[in-house]
Design a protein around this ligand. Structure first.
Ligand code: B12
Ligand code: SF4
Length: 464
């Protein structure tokens, strides 16, 4: 069996992320590592093409029997094109990742290019599917998280979703991707950080806040329920191997919220082996969990920067977004970090529920205030995108249904429609006003800091 995994580059209409091509596709690599461990010699070869760092020539599909694709909503159309191309050479195709997880039924109904869709965490379901395809006694119906079509075209989606026990998975291998290219891309954007060799890991899955609020922040499309942690010893072992094999000296922990369980975090820091005390970290946190007692631990871990979801400078909007924080908690967290010389990267979202001219003004003021405060040298501002998997997407679909527009059966999500429909129905301003404020914030904050968060349509037209 010859297997190829593909992460297609983003569809043309979507701008790419500030960190595209700088971090390896951990999800694909985890599925590959597990498959290799379970099947060893029964697999003739496994290759990975990450189009964020390599070019894919569709002729390549002819060399493989099975092609697996990772898709978000933003590279889904290109993924469909590639899957059709792979199918035309006789390969079996499998789709995984967030888009297929949310829209499994729609995809299998509308796109014959995909033979299988695996929802959520795929290490074990993919290995079972591989067993099935290799002729082992593994009926398709028994495979958790699997969606497929029967001979008569009817769609089946397993009612059982497999949830990984994170203590049993192997360390993710990076040997399938060109590690040096991610580092080159990082240096080309962050020229002042030529000393930094970055690598990513995940220490946990899940977010407490999402669990206690039944879905969490209105824009969040992260899917896993419940909190799970990897063994601390294994995480440090993985970091050691990144350091030894690739010279990594800076870790981005992509977990949903690194301070979900402060006591776990403290233990993680305390168990850091001495030979890794020169590695630094970029971590994520909700503002509420940036606490005084954690500051010494940030120091001990060499935390370079804390990404904090500030989101808005308006309390009403924050409340309606189920964010669980207020402007004063944002101020408290940013000041605490600044006062302790720990850099932070605040991000804001425009177009939250109930957004008005006044709330946009409040956000504009808070962005300026944070820029003046010091302590951050970059800031993110985006306009809310109702992506499949988040509550804003479900609300937009439901509202459109009321208006006689059926979006329930679609697998292709036209983001400009969703963005506008969301702004029209759930905010007090129109989409153009959101763009206007994004440009205003970019302009004022951009005088002293790097601003991320994509371009508005006016800006795209200017450079077209
Ligand atoms: C790290 C990350 C990134 C990195 C990606 C680095 C890389 N090359 O992978 C960067 C910063 C570049 C990035 C960019 C973007 N991201 Co991002 N990202 C994440 C994040 C935080 C973690 C993903 C991760 O690595 N998890 C750890 C691994 C082990 O798990 P996993 O990826 O979920 O993989 C499992 C399954 O998906 C599945 N699987 C994965 N691959 C495959 C392949 C096959 C064949 C199969 C069968 C299964 C399978 O099995 C895996 C193992 O269990 C998630 C949030 C989250 N918690 O998932 C958002 C997330 C995936 N990103 C998201 C988005 C929207 C984007 C952007 C489009 C943002 C933008 N506006 O530009 C871009 C574009 C990326 C693209 N090419 O499409 C959304 C996707 C929502 C959606 N419906 O599409 C998420 C869910 C965050 C959110 N907004 O809520 N992202
Ligand atoms: S955006 Fe962050 S804090 Fe909010 S629910 Fe998602 S992971 Fe949790």
């Amino acid at each position: 069996m010859r297997i190829l995994f593909v992460n297609a580059r983003n569809d043309d209409e979507h701008t790419s992320h500030s960190r595209n091509g700088m971090y390896v596709p951990l999800g694909i690599l985890s599925v590959v590592t597990y498959a290799q461990q379970e099947f060893g010699d029964r697999i003739d070869k496994i290759e990975v093409i990450d189009e964020d760092v390599s070019v894919l020539d569709p002729q390549v599909f002819a060399r493989f029997d099975l092609v697996g694709f990772y898709a978000t909503t933003f590279n889904y159309l290109r993924t469909c094109e590639y899957a059709a191309s792979a199918k035309s050479t006789g390969a079996t195709t499998v789709l995984g990742g967030p888009h297929g997880t949310v829209l499994t039924r729609q995809i299998l109904t509308n796109k014959s290019a995909f033979d299988y869709v695996i929802r959520e965490e795929a290490e074990i379901p993919f290995a079972k599917l591989l067993g099935h395809l290799l002729g082992d006694d593994v009926p398709k119906e028994s495979i958790p998280s699997l969606g497929y079509r029967d001979a008569d075209g009817s769609v089946h989606v397993s009612p059982v979703t497999h949830i990984n026990d994170l203590t049993t998975l192997p360390i993710i291998s990076r040997e399938y991707v060109p590690m040096d290219r991610y580092v080159e891309n990082y240096h080309s954007i962050y020229g002042d950080r030529a000393d930094l060799v970055q690598g990513s890991i995940f220490s946990s899955k899940g977010c407490n806040w999402r669990d206690v609020t039944d879905g969490g922040c209105v824009f969040c499309a992260r899917l896993e329920e419940g909190m799970r942690f990897r063994p601390i010893e294994q995480i440090w072992q993985e970091i050691r191997s990144l350091k030894e094999n690739y010279g990594v000296n800076s870790i981005w922990d992509i977990s949903d919220d690194n301070l979900n369980a402060p006591e776990w975090f403290k233990q993680f820091v305390d168990e850091r082996p001495d030979d890794l005390d020169d590695v630094n970290f970029f971590i994520y946190s909700r503002v509420g969990t940036v606490r005084k007692d954690l500051i010494p631990y940030f120091r001990k871990l060499n935390v370079e920067e804390v990404f904090v979801g500030a989101e808005s400078g308006d309390n009403t909007v924050l409340k309606r977004s189920f964010k669980g924080q207020s402007v004063s908690t944002i101020r408290r967290a940013t000041s605490l970090l600044r006062d302790n010389d720990i850099r932070f990267f605040p991000s804001f979202i425009l177009g939250l529920p109930g957004e008005s001219k006044q709330s946009l003004e409040n956000t504009y003021d808070l962005c300026k205030e944070i820029a003046d405060l010091g302590g951050a040298n970059r800031l993110g501002v985006t306009i809310l995108q109702p992506i499949p998997g988040c509550s804003a997407y479900n609300q937009t679909v439901a509202k459109s249904r009321e208006e006689g527009i059926n979006l329930d059966d679609l697998d292709e999500v036209e983001m400009p429609y969703f963005e506008r429909a969301w702004a029209r129905n759930f905010t007090e301003v129109d989409y153009d006003t959101l763009c206007e404020y994004k440009e205003k914030i970019d302009a004022v904050v951009g005088q002293t800091m790097k601003v991320f968060g994509g371009r508005t349509e006016t800006e795209k037209r200017k450079t077209a």
